[in-house]
Design a protein around this ligand. Structure first.
Ligand code: FDA
Length: 395
C-alpha cells in the first residue's frame, strides 16, 4: 500500500516538527517519520532539561558557515519573536538567563509538547519508531517514493530534517549527508562543535587534579574570542567559553586564554606591586582566580616570589603569560558529547529562501544537516525553527 502525501519529513526533531506544523497549517498533508522511540529527544535534553529555545539577540553573525550570507533570509523571516509568540500562546513560562538566552522555567518537555500539539492541530501525522528503508527518485520524476517499516509513501516533497552526528546515542545518523551525496550534492567535511577540548601529556597531568575548578576567561582562536566561564575537567577543559571557541578550533590551531579578562594584566601586576609589595604572586593571584588554580599556575608556569622582587621585564613576562596562556589542546571529546555538528550539506546547493535543493526539485534540507552552525546560547534552535519554517512555507 502506498499512501500519497504532499510532504514527507524525515526526522522529528526541532527543524522537522517546525516544518511539519508550518506545512500542515497551509492545509498540506504532511507526515513526519522519526526512527527513534519519541520525537524531539535533543530538545528534551537541551539546556539542562530547560531548553534554551532561542536567543533574542540572534543575528547572522552568530553562525558559522562556508557562506555566511545563506542563513540571512530564513532568520529574517522567522525571528525569535515569532517563536516566543508561540511559546506565550501555549502559556509556557520562560526566563532570560544571560545575553538574550531564553529558557523554560519548568521543563523542555513543554516545548516538545507544544510542537506536537501544533502539528496535530494542523493535521500532521507523526510516525515514531519508523525507519526509512529506501527512497526512489529518478531523474525527471516528480515526487519521491519512500519505503518505510510502516509501508510506502508517494510524496510530492521530501524534507530531510535528520540533524547532525552529535550524540549518536540519541538517534543521530549521517542519513542526511548520505542522501545529499547520493543525489549529487556536495557535503562539506563534518566535525564536532560546541564540544569540550581535551589535553594530553604534561598539560593534562598538570591540570587533571583541578577537575571541577571554574574561572572566567577570554578564549581566543582564529580571530574569534569568547568571554565566559572555563571549567577544568578530568580530560581537558570545558565550560561555555571553551565550548564556543571549540567551533573555531582545529587540531594544531593556536588557542589563547586570557586568565584575567577585563583587566590589563601588566597594570594590575604593577598595582599589586605598589600596594602589596610584601605579598607573594600566588597570594595576590589567588584573589582573582581560584586559589588552587593560582597555586598551580605559579608552580608550573609563572614561578613565585614577593611582588616587590619582580623587575619590569619579569612583570611584562608574567602579564604576557596571564593574558595569553598558551594551553595546547590535543583534540575534542568528539560527537559523543558535542552539542552540534559543523559542516554538512553545502549551502551552495540550496535555495536560501526555501531550503530546496538546486539539483533535485522537491528535495529540501533543513536544520543541523545543513552547513549552518550556531554559537552556544539558543542560536541552533533558532536556526532549526527558521529553516524549518522556510521549507514548511515552500513545500
Ligand atoms: P535534531 O537532532 O533535533 O533532530 C533530528 C531528528 O532526526 C532526530 O529526532 C533523529 O532521531 C531523527 N533521525 C535521524 N536520522 C533519521 C532517520 N534515518 N530516519 C528517521 N529519523 C531520523 N541548541 C540550542 O539552541 N539551545 C540549547 O539549549 C541546546 N542544547 C543542546 C544540548 C545538547 C546536549 C545537544 C546535543 C544539543 C543542544 N543544542 C541546543 C543543539 C540543538 O539540539 C540542535 O542544533 C537541534 O536539535 C538541531 O535540530 P534538527 O531538527 O536539525 O536536528
Amino acid at each position: 500500500m502506498t499512501e500519497a502525501v504532499d510532504v514527507l519529513i524525515v526526522g522529528g526533531g526541532a527543524a522537522g516538527l517546525m516544518c511539519a506544523l508550518t506545512a500542515g497549517r497551509r492545509g498540506l498533508r504532511a507526515v513526519v517519520i522519526e526512527h527513534a522511540n519519541k520525537v524531539g529527544k535533543k530538545i528534551l535534553m537541551s539546556g539542562g532539561g530547560r531548553c534554551n529555545f532561542t536567543n533574542t539577540g540572534t543575528t547572522p553573525a552568530n553562525y558559522l558557515s562556508a557562506n555566511p550570507h545563506f542563513c540571512k533570509s530564513a532568520l529574517a523571516r522567522y525571528t525569535p519573536w515569532d517563536f516566543i509568540a508561540m511559546v506565550e500562546r501555549h502559556r509556557i513560562a520562560y526566563h532570560e538567563k544571560e545575553l538574550g538566552q531564553l529558557f523554560c522555567d519548568v521543563s523542555s518537555k513543554l516545548i516538545v509538547q507544544m510542537l506536537v500539539d501544533e502539528c496535530l492541530a494542523a493535521g500532521v501525522r507523526i510516525e515514531i519508531g519508523c525507519a526509512v528503508e529506501r527512497i526512489v527518485h529518478n531523474e525527471g520524476d516528480t515526487g519521491f517514493r519512500v519505503h518505510t517499516a510502516r509501508g510506502g509513501f508517494a510524496a510530492r516533497s521530501l524534507v530531510v530534517a535528520s540533524g547532525g552526528l552529535s550524540i549518536p546515542s540519541m538517534g543521530a545518523t549521517g542519513f542526511g549527508y548520505e542522501l545529499a551525496k547520493r543525489y549529487g550534492h556536495n557535503v562539506l567535511p563534518t566535525r564536532a562543535g560546541l564540544v569540550p577540548l581535551t589535553l594530553s601529556g604534561k598539560h593534562q597531568e598538570r591540570l587533571q587534579d583541578l577537575s571541577g575548578v571554574a574561572l572566567p576567561v577570554t578564549a581566543s582562536c582564529n580571530g574569534q574570542s569568547f568571554s565566559n566561564q572555563m571549567l577544568i575537567t578530568h580530560r581537558g577543559i570545558s565550560g561555555p567559553s571553551i565550548l564556543q571557541i571549540s567551533s573555531y578550533w582545529q587540531p594544531g590551531d593556536d588557542l589563547r586564554l586570557d586568565l584575567l579578562p577585563g583587566l590589563d594584566a601588566l597594570d594590575w601586576l604593577q598595582t599589586q606591586q605598589r600596594e602589596r609589595s610584601a605579598a607573594e604572586l600566588k597570594t595576590v593571584l589567588g584573589e582573582v582566580v581560584p586559589r588552587r588554580f593560582a597555586q598551580r599556575l605559579c608552580e608550573v608556569w609563572l614561578g613565585n616570589k614577593p611582588m616587590k622582587q619582580y623587575n619590569l621585564p619579569e612583570l611584562k613576562q608574567l602579564a604576557a603569560t596571564l593574558s595569553e596562556w598558551p594551553l595546547i589542546a590535543s583534540g575534542t571529546e568528539g560527537y559523543r558529547t558535542a552539542e552540534v555538528t559543523l559542516g554538512g550539506v553545502d549551502t551552495d546547493e540550496l535555495s536560501s529562501s526555501t531550503m530546496q535543493s538546486k539539483r533535485v526539485p522537491g528535495l529540501y534540507f533543513i536544520g543541523e544537516a545543513i552547513d549552518v552552525t550556531g554559537w552556544l546560547g539558543g542560536y541552533n534552535f533558532q536556526w532549526a525553527w527558521a529553516s524549518g519554517h522556510a521549507a514548511g512555507q515552500a513545500v
